[in-house]
Design a protein around this ligand. Structure first.
Ligand code: GCB
Length: 596
């Protein structure tokens, strides 16, 4: 149990952490000779590499930027003198996309999936007084058996290149924070919380996993006053006249857990907790029993030079920009983000649709355009599907385990734009939804983002969703330019069909938008101009207002971002409301006004 604890590092009298971020050693392994040559014992002929970092955009040559295959990292560390007698963990926010971790030449653990934490228990492998070598073998190849989905091509020169079935650059590396951390030998390893509301009280039901002992739980208000207390591994903390966690008006309590063994305090864990409920009722999404209309963005972890490297300043700036446009929500398209994003969302009162990296489940390297047009491509009939499904379910479980106690997370998105019209797809997703529902004690709504091919009369997966998320590009990938008048007609025809089904479920637009360049202005508008983006958005806004079941609008995308190269991409995807530098395009002012 100990090694699987993914609780975010905290420090207190029983726990300590030391950041291992910094400049590590790095080496590509195109011939995959590392294991045979025992690179795990220590790398030679290395270059330096920042951690956290995405390696791609730090290089000036194409081969390195586009490198696909195995690559290795190493750092050396000492264990602080007073850290003996404790469990020692190395915790990575993520390792993209898969990794083997070695300490002093000994294999500690492996992990598949590039967007969730990896925890390695190195207690038995460390030297207490001499230097320790931490070596990681990573791999960033894409296939149809792992998430996110794509393929890997061998060029005539023998080089491998990634061919994503998705529309963002395949950044890889040690992209998030790395900690060396201690846990007491007898520790708290996990906990769940569920809030319910009564007339004048709120009840936080908790359940703790730990070594055998006595658990005490305290809830403290923002002034540090204890407002509720209980003893037992599970129990209720009842708060009278509670400050609820409200959308864009967050209030955070601190939950303090303590473990006693044989009358001795041995461990403690503390975390922010928001008291709030989530429900879907008829056509409405309810937070604390009040309907909420989602206003905001689908995002990416993406920035110039940094790629997908975690950086607090980007997080801060993005929240400031989102707040400036009066947004209240974002979707973590198309993978779970670094945990620090959710910490800030908790504090700022943002709602988050948390998405697993199930993107590209449609055989196409121009997936974005094909999806926008509604092209059918087979997917769930291939022999790799059982392995893919296993990985998908594992990552749903890991995401829910990591994020379940964040008040900001109000829904799980279990996919983006898969093929959904075959019976194979229906069977596949039934099991994915089952796994998610079984994993979440809060029973948050489950959804997924549907592309154009998933229509009211063809889609076999939408009935699994508690609310339905649509990605639509009428007026961009289809009915665009001089045919723009068709967009209204086609879009409304589809919405009328959904309406005629009387589903009594909320619909959220999880994507809509147009590419444009900040340099391009044109009257009358043309595609790629800022005026065209505004006209497109206004058309969508007007249509949304006509249908009562539409309960949210998340624009594609918050900011411009890097993608693979292609004739439809101008140094990346340009559908941002903000530029990649996080400055407003014209549309930002339109959106800000609408969401006021
Ligand atoms: C989509 C995808 C998203 C793309 C977007 C686009 O449907 O979900 O990943 O980036 O369209 O801009 O084409």
């Amino acid at each position: 149990i100990m090694t699987t604890s993914v609780l975010y590092p905290v420090s207190n009298s029983y726990r300590d952490n030391k950041s291992l971020n910094g400049l590590w050693q790095f080496k590509f392994d195109p011939q995959k000779v590392g294991p045979a040559e025992h690179w795990e014992r220590g790398l030679t002929d290395t270059i330096s590499m920042p951690v956290p970092g995405s390696f791609a955009d730090l290089f000036t040559d194409r081969e390195s930027r586009d490198y696909t295959g195995d690559f290795w990292y190493q750092t050396d560390f000492y264990v602080p003198r007073d850290w003996d007698e404790q469990t020692l963990l190395v915790r990575f926010g993520s390792l993209t996309h898969r990794a083997v971790i070695y300490c002093n030449g000994v294999e500690i653990t492996t992990h598949e999936g590039g967007f969730l934490p990896v925890v390695a228990d190195i207690t038995a492998a460390v030297n207490a007084v001499t230097v320790n070598h931490l070596v990681i073998k990573l791999n960033n190849e894409l296939s149809e058996a792992t998430l996110p989905v794509g393929t890997t091509k061998t060029l005539p020169t023998g080089r491998l290149v990634a061919q994503p079935y998705f529309d963002f650059f395949n950044y890889a590396g040690i992209q998030r924070n790395v900690w060396l951390m201690t846990l007491p030998k007898q520790a708290i390893t996990d906990f769940d919380t569920v809030t319910t509301l009564q007339a004048t009280t709120a009840t936080l039901q908790y359940h703790v996993q730990s070594a055998t002992g006595t658990i005490t739980a305290q809830l403290c208000d923002a002034d540090g006053q204890v407002v509720a207390e209980n003893t037992g591994v599970a129990g209720k903390l009842v708060v009278s006249n509670p400050h609820l966690w409200q959308v864009r008006h967050a209030y955070l309590y601190t939950l303090k857990l303590q473990l006693q063994v044989a009358g001795q305090l041995v461990d403690a864990y503390q975390t922010s907790i928001g008291l709030r409920t989530v429900a879907v009722h008829g056509e409405q999404i309810l937070i604390n029993d009040e309907p909420v209309y989602l206003k905001g963005y689908a995002k990416h972890e993406d920035f110039d030079v940094l790629g997908k490297a975690f950086n607090w300043s980007i997080v801060k700036r993005d929240f400031e920009c989102m707040k400036w446009t009066n947004a209240n929500c974002f979707r973590t398209s198309h993978y779970p983000y670094a945990e620090e994003w959710y910490q800030m969302a908790d504090a700022e009162g943002f709602l988050v649709i948390d998405e697993v990296p199930a993107v590209g489940m449609m055989q196409s390297t121009q997936n974005f355009a094909d999806a926008g047009k509604g092209k059918f491509t087979h997917f769930f009939e291939t022999p790799t599907v059982p392995t893919l499904k296993h990985n998908h379910i594992t990552q749903v479980n890991e995401m829910i385990q990591r994020d379940k106690n964040h008040p900001c997370v109000f829904a799980w998105s279990l996919f983006n734009e898969p093929e959904t019209t075959s019976t194979e797809a229906a069977t596949y997703f039934k099991d994915i939804f089952k796994a998610a529902r079984a994993a979440d004690v809060q029973q948050r709504p489950c959804t997924g983002a549907f592309e154009k091919n998933s229509q009211p009369d063809t889609c076999q997966v939408y009935p699994l969703c508690d609310f339905i998320c649509l990605n639509r590009y009428y007026g961009w990938y289809i009915n665009s330019g001089e045919s723009f008048d068709e967009a209204t007609v086609a879009f409304k025809a589809e919405l009328d069909q959904w309406q005629a089904k009387h589903l009594h479920k909320p619909f959220v637009f999880s994507e809509f938008g147009t590419d444009n360049l900040v340099t391009e202005h044109k009257l009358p508008s043309v595609m790629w101009s800022q005026e065209y983006q505004n006209e497109f958005l206004q058309l969508y806004f007007d249509i949304f207002d006509e249908y009562s079941f539409i309960q949210g609008e998340l624009i594609w995308n918050f900011a411009d971002f890097q993608t693979n190269q292609g004739v439809l991409r101008v140094n990346g995807n340009r559908k941002g409301i903000f530029t990649r530098e996080r400055q407003p395009k014209d549309a930002a002012f339109l959106v800000k006004k609408r969401w006021e």
